[in-house]
Design a protein around this ligand. Sequence first.
Ligand code: SF4
Length: 433
Amino acid sequence: MTLIERIRNGSNVPEVEHVAQYEHVSVEVVANGLLDGTIVIPSNPLHAGLDARGVGKGLRTKVNANIGTSSDSSDINVELRKLAACIEYGADAVMDLSTGGDIAATRRTLIAACPVMFGTVPIYQAGIKAIDQRGRLVDMTADDMFASVESHAQDGVDFMTIHCGVTQLTIERLRSQGRLTNIVSRGGAFLTGWMLHNERENPFYEQFDRLLDLAREYEFALSLGDGLRPGSIADASDRAQFQELILLGELVKRAREANVQVFIEGPGHVPMDQIVANVQIEKTLCQGAPFYVLGPLVTDIGAGYDHITGAIGGAIAAGAGADFLCYVTPSEHLSLPDENDVRDGIIASRIAAHAADIVKGIPGALDWDKKMSAARKALDWTAQAELALVPDLARKGHLKTPTQDQACSMCGKYCAMAVVDQYLGTKTTTRCE
Ligand code: SF4
C-alpha cells in the first residue's frame, strides 16, 4: 500500500506523525494535505536512514540542493564533500544530477550517506547509457527509460523528476512560439531530441500508467519536470511553458487517482512581475499540487552571483505559495559547483525560504526573527550567533574587527542601540557617551 492508501485505511503512518511533529502542526493537517494532494512526503521505504520531510501547503518552505558528477568532473569524494555541505548547511533535499563516471555507483554511495530526501532525473542515465552502448542518444528505447526509473527506485530514490509534459504538442508550441533560448532542461532536451528523431511520442506521457505502477510499487514521489521552463527572461510565461503545465495538470489528476504522490517543477528564468502569476496559475491548473521552483532567476545577467538572482525569485515565489525551492549556486551557468558554491547556494535559498515562511505564517518563523532582534537590542553576541542561520559565519563576522565596546565595530562607541538605551533610561551596556 502507498502512504496515501495507508492513511485512507486508517493505518498507523509514522511518516505523517514525524512530519507533523517537525512542523509543529497537527497530524490531521499533514494527513489531510496528503489526501487532497497539497502535501507530499517523498519517502522511499528503501532509503535507509531517511529523516522524512513534508513539502506543501502550511509547511515550512523546503530547499533542495543539486549535486552530482559531470562528464568533465566525476570524483565520488568531491560529491561526498558536497553532500556533507548540503547536510551541514541545512538542505531539506538533495538531488543527484550525475552525468559522468559510474552514475549508478555514485547514486548508491550518495544515497547511503544521505539522511534527507533524495531525488534524481533517471532520463540522464538512460540517455548516457544508450550513447555509451549504442553510440547515439536517439537509440535509447522506451524500455531503457522505464528500466532507469525502476533501478533508481530500487536504490531508494525518494522523488524523481520525469518530464512527462514534453510532448509532440508541446514541441509544436515551442516551434510556433519561437524562443530566444529554446530548451534549457537537460532532461527536456534529451527527450525532445529522441522524439523528433524517432517521430515518436514521449513514452513517459504515452505510458504514464506504467510510470504510476512503478511509483506505486516502490513508493517514490513524482516530480513532474518542467522541460519547457524558460531559460531566459525573454522566454518566460510563453505558450510553450504553459502548454506543458496544462498537460502536467491533467497528469496530476491521474496520479492522485492512483494514490501516487506528485508535485510540479516550475521555472526557470522569470521577471519579478510574472512570478506571482506563475505560482497562481500552477496552483490552479494543478489543483494545489506542491510547486517546486528552480530559482526562479529574476535576471539573466547575474553570472557569478546567481545564488542571489535565484534567491530573490525564490523569496517572491515562496511568498506567493511555492513550496519547495531548488537552490541556485554562484557557479550556475559557469561550471559544476564545488562545496563552497553548494554552501552559498543553500544559505541564499534558506534565507529566501525563511523570508517567505514569515509571510506564510508558518509556526515559529516570525518568533525566530523576534528572538534575534531582542538579542540585537541587548547586544548579546552569543545569542545573536546562535540564532543566526549560519552561527559560525555570524560569529566570525562579529570578531573580524575587534572592538573595545560591547557594540560591534560598525558604529563602535556611537552604537545606536546603546545611545537610545541611555536616553530612554533603559539599560546602558556600553561606554557610549
Ligand atoms: S554598533 Fe551599530 S551595527 Fe553594531 S550593534 Fe550597535 S547599532 Fe548595531
